[in-house]
Design a protein around this ligand. Structure first.
Ligand SMILES: [Zn+2]
Length: 180
């Protein structure tokens, strides 16, 4: 975390109406501090959570936000219970509405997001998108690397025991030679 963020932090909340009027394009990073649910859902978040958003209207005049959010997280592999890295990339096309009913009336290609007050809670909604794209269960791709190293560790212990053997053999030889 010694490297300064290369991009600016996205505003926590925005008034979608204003940004739609300006056909605003936003890009930036999401601060992990405001993403409590993500932090509890994953082992760790590696690097920056970057997002870009384009505000506008579709042909029917709906307020839309299209964009993507991506990050790299570590989840627990359900086979070996060691961290496994997952690249999350969520693409979305929101339709901004002011009630659930309005949301139901949206065309199917728009995911309703509700701006309940004067502003849209941008961080929370982007966090939703990441959470929706987390795999339900995670596994290491091919073999569990950490499990392999675990095995190597066991082999080494065995080799260590074997290394002791020559001495035991010597002792036995001594013993047997003493006897004879
Ligand atoms: Zn694994």
């Amino acid at each position: 975390m010694s490297i300064a963020p290369s991009k600016s932090v996205l505003p926590k909340s925005v008034d979608a109406r204003k940004l739609v009027q300006r056909e605003q394009y936003l890009d930036g990073v999401l601060p992990l501090e405001s993403l409590d649910r993500l932090r509890t859902a994953v082992e760790s978040v590696n690097g920056e959570i970057v997002s870009e958003l384009q505000f506008g209207r579709d042909l029917q005049g709906h307020l839309t936000v299209s964009g993507k959010v991506s990050c790299t997280v570590e989840l627990l592999c359900q086979r070996c219970l060691h961290p496994v890295r997952e690249q999350i990339e969520a693409q979305f096309c929101w339709g901004v509405v002011w009630s659930e009913e309005q949301g139901k009336a949206l065309p199917k290609d728009l995911d309703p997001v509700i701006q309940e007050s004067d502003e849209l809670d941008l961080h929370q909604i982007l966090e939703d998108e990441i959470l929706l794209n987390l795999p339900m269960v995670a596994y290491h791709d091919k073999e569990c690397v950490s499990r392999e190293s675990f095995h190597i560790g066991e082999v080494e212990t065995e080799a260590g025991e074997q290394r002791e053997n020559p001495f035991k053999v010597l002792e036995q030889l001594k013993g047997s030679s003493g006897k004879s």
